[in-house]
Design a protein around this ligand. Sequence first.
Ligand code: ADP
Ligand code: ZN
Ligand code: ZN
Length: 732
Amino acid sequence: MLYAEVAVPVPVRSLYQTFHYGVPEALQGELKMFSRVEVPFSGRFIQGFVIGFGDPPAFKNIKNIKRMIEREPFLDTELYKTAQWMVQRYLCSLGDAIQTIAGSSVGSLKIEKRKKGLIPTVGNDFLIGLARAPKQKIALEVALRQPGLNKQELAKEANTSPAIINALIDKGLLKETELTGAEDDKYLGPKPNLTKEQAIAVTQISQALKEEKPSAWLLHGVTGSGKTEVYLRIIEEALGQNRQAIVLVPEISLTPQMVQRFKLRFGSQVALLHSALSQGERYAEKARLRNGEARVVLGARSAIFAPLPNPGVIIIDEEHESSYKQDESPKYHAREVALQRAAQHKAVVVLGSATPAIESYCRARPGGPYQLIRLTKRVDQRKMPVVHIVDLRKEFASGNKGIFSRLFIHALSERIEKNEKSIIFLNRRGYASVVVCHHCGQVIKCPHCDISLTLHKDGLLRCHYCGYGSRIPQKCPSCASSVIRNFGLGTQRVEEEIKKLFPSIKVLRMDADTTTRKGSHQKLLDQFIGGDAQVLVGTQMIAKGLDIPQVTLVGVVSADITLHMPDFRAAERTFQLLTQVAGRAGRGEIEGEVIIQTYDPEHYSILHAQQHDFIHFFQKEMATRRTLYYPPFSFIIRIMFSGVNEGDVLSAAQVWLERLSKTRQETDLSNIDILGPAPAGITRINDRYRWQLLLRGPVSRDLRKIVTLVLEQLGIRYKQVTVSIDVDPLTI
Ligand code: ADP
Ligand code: ZN
Ligand code: ZN
């Protein structure tokens, strides 16, 4: 009998624990290293991965593998090493790590036949000629960006009717052809001459690439300084050396312009990996990578595991974004995985941001592990926008009870008169958000999640965590008063106020509610860029990556929402958000202006964002963190206990607390603090209670050591309570 060693992605006792199964005759010679299989496990069947063959284990009663699911998942020896590294770095099980890297299986895949699609016969430069036919112009623009769609698809993507597409076909601007897969290659764009700062960055990083020195670069470039062009040139260099590239963006649906720029440069060599793809599509993209057809991967967090034979460069754009950290186990950070993979391949890592994470900037100081490159100027000497701060307390005191300050209304009406575009930013969705009792101050919360419910326009209160919905109660649940009203505001309300103030203009809104359908971001953007809408109202989605030259005014309705988050990173998040939002203004010829409204106008994160002064913000923030002994001056591990019975949850936390304290004593690591048990930031999600313990200390390895020792004694589950571990958590 042949035996296989299988790693399974379920809670197991020790992190490296694997299980032995017999290989049935039919599978002998079929199964390979890393094959995905189905195996019996505690009375059910689950997926697992073969990680070895060989000796029969010491015990009897060995069960057989039930079937092979996938012979060759996208895993190789190098990625297997990454999985092993993840186990000791994030204290997840080996099975979980492999599962995360390999992604979900696709079963048997049907190969699609070549389709017919519409291909433009002209280039981007032709678009100007369609200025008087805006609908056709938008449709052609979409076709240039996504050649190969059929008539219906294109009409849908361009938010228009098939008649408009027919008109383009009749004019000979679109042609229906059989698709070959190389359509993208016909529309490669021109390369601009690099600015001086860009050239220096490209030279330095290319040099490291040539010398095959694994290295990490922090590209700190102000918004609009042309970081993307630096990425493109370095990738070109890597491709020239017959290597491949990975480019991570925070969320691909939010960065259609980035995708377009990559396709214009690298055509069909670009593979996209993101969550909006179907499993089959993702599989097809990965297959293109493995067989060398595609060599540049553009994707969100999990694209860091792209199966590439020899990556030369890994780029992480907006490296400070929290979406690079996965919030379920394994709670990995793509930046760290990037560094680990790069070391294996002697590749370079480029971390780009206008507002680097405090931790990253810390590592880029002289003598640190990253090397710092600055882009201090915007391309074409464009100026940074002027930022005004409005004190909302004063507005209120002087009798203005509206959402907008007088300064903002004045600035907006000027823009409207001049036919320039404006963006209004609100870090929230929903109509008027939280409902409070004006008598006793009680906030109406979700009965399952302990989170404030949000009032939507249909009159329903909704929980943004679990989706629970209810009507506004007649009486306050706490004091029975009937003065329960909404408080705060949402994007819909902002949109309506603008329409009231300026009834004749067109306003667009972009938030989670208006962008549920695939491609809806792009559609809204097209409407805003190409259409006659003058104002775009939106949530954090509009803060990132948008490059719209016509935008000359950006308004921030309230900076306070982010500032008052209960987290030690609140100031950092506020600075990042304000800087990113402000970066959307004045990217064209006309100088931009930003107006930030707040009740806390003296806060350093707001003042430094006003000055576009990252470095002084960094210094001030570091001083605060040092005083309070927060990262990067300490490391934190969060251990979360969750279950339906609060008593069980608490006793699990208690048992862990005792074991941790005992282990701390035995290992002589007295410089580690153990905090808690405390209710987690959100105490209850989906009817599960959540309590947490925090470990804090000066050496990350020591923290992981203690937790590993206790894990080996207690396991990942304790009675009915799930224990989940977060190394370097982003929120607490
Ligand atoms: P960042 O990512 O740093 O905010 P972008 O990469 O979006 O900046 O670049 C800003 C704008 O400048 C884009 O429209 C881009 O096409 C343009 N750009 C970048 N580099 C150059 C260059 N060397 N010459 C001319 N235009 C450039
Ligand atoms: Zn809820
Ligand atoms: Zn009340």
